[in-house]
Design a binder for this molecule. Structure first.
Ligand SMILES: [Ca+2]
Length: 316
């Protein structure tokens, strides 16, 4: 298998695993109304919500008594335009500005996102199978990662200095998620994240990410037509928009947080792990505190094991 082909397979399987998003509710209503109060609860559930997120929530609270603020989910494209219209004031109340609202108005229903979501498989891989399918082998993957590291050793050293996360961990995630940036997805992020937020299966989970994506557009940190993976994951390490908004870093100091820039994306990844409790200079193999931080990045144990084993080999 060629390296490029292997990366494509890696990314496809990565998606299968990464997209084990919260299961649909067994008592899913036929019609789901997203009330402002519910939105407050959803967005407020994110730990340590920053002030710039809390203020819009107060505004939503002020509007919570308005019965007009609701958006009806749907299971096909037919209700998407109406949902966008109804979702716009909800997004505005959450702090989305004019550029974000324009991106919402221009969003198209993403059938490819829905197809990917409907085709999710709950396959569980043994570690050896996961490594074989995903990486070929630890040795070959680590060799590729070491070449990436050698191309910009100073940068990876600076990441460890600033965030305390070893280069091996960051490189392993970069390689695992997108084959070191070779495949970052082909679906417009705003289309995919608004479609999956509108879709009844996981509105609760994805609505805050849709609002975050629109805020990123507002900030100029996400182009309205930028492409990503099927569920709105962005850039080199496939951040969901809510995490992108919260953990993004402008590592190259050009005034923008750009998840399609290697330096910004990898610094944001390191920042995410550090903020989630990564302990600099401490071990990270299975059974350690740092290993448990990897669960914040991806809940699949085999993914965490493969990252830790690869990182050790990359940094040896
Ligand atoms: Ca930047």
């Amino acid at each position: 298998m060629s390296q490029a082909r292997r990366y494509q397979c890696c990314v496809r399987i990565a998606c299968d695993l990464r997209h084990t998003y919260p299961p649909t509710s067994k008592r899913r209503p036929a019609i789901l109304l997203v009330s402002p109060r519910r939105l407050i609860r959803l967005m407020g559930s994110q730990p340590k919500a920053s002030l710039h997120m809390r203020l819009p929530l107060l505004l939503i609270a002020a509007l919570a008594a308005s019965p007009a603020l609701s958006a009806q989910c749907g299971n096909d494209a037919s209700g998407f335009s109406r949902w966008k219209q109804d979702f716009a004031p909800i997004a505005a109340a959450a702090g989305v500005g004019q550029r974000g609202l324009q991106a919402l108005a221009n969003a198209s229903y993403s059938q490819s996102t829905i197809n990917a979501d409907r085709n999710q498989r709950g396959v569980k891989y043994a570690l050896n199978d996961f490594i074989r399918i995903r990486l070929g082998s630890i040795d070959s993957f680590a060799n590729t990662a070491r070449r990436e590291k050698a191309r910009n050793a100073t940068f990876y050293a600076s990441l460890e200095q600033v965030y305390g996360v070893p280069a091996g961990i960051i490189l392993a995630i970069h390689g695992m998620e997108t084959g070191f940036g070779r495949n970052m997805g082909q679906t417009p992020v705003v289309d995919s994240i608004t479609t999956i937020a509108y879709d009844c299966r996981r509105s609760d989970f994805f609505i805050p990410h849709a609002i975050a994506a629109l805020k990123l557009v507002d900030q100029g940190n996400l182009a309205p037509d930028q492409r990503g993976a099927a569920h709105g994951e962005m850039g080199h390490t496939q951040f969901l928009p809510g995490n992108a908004l919260r953990y993004g870093q402008d590592a190259d100091r050009n005034g923008r947080v750009d998840f399609y820039s290697v330096s910004d994306s990898l610094a944001s990844t390191a920042n995410f792990l550090r903020q989630k409790g990564w302990q600099p200079g401490q071990p990270y193999q299975q059974g350690t505190r740092n290993f448990r931080v990897l669960n914040e990045w991806n809940a699949a144990t085999v993914y965490q094991q493969a990252i830790a084993l690869s990182a050790q080999e990359i940094d040896r």
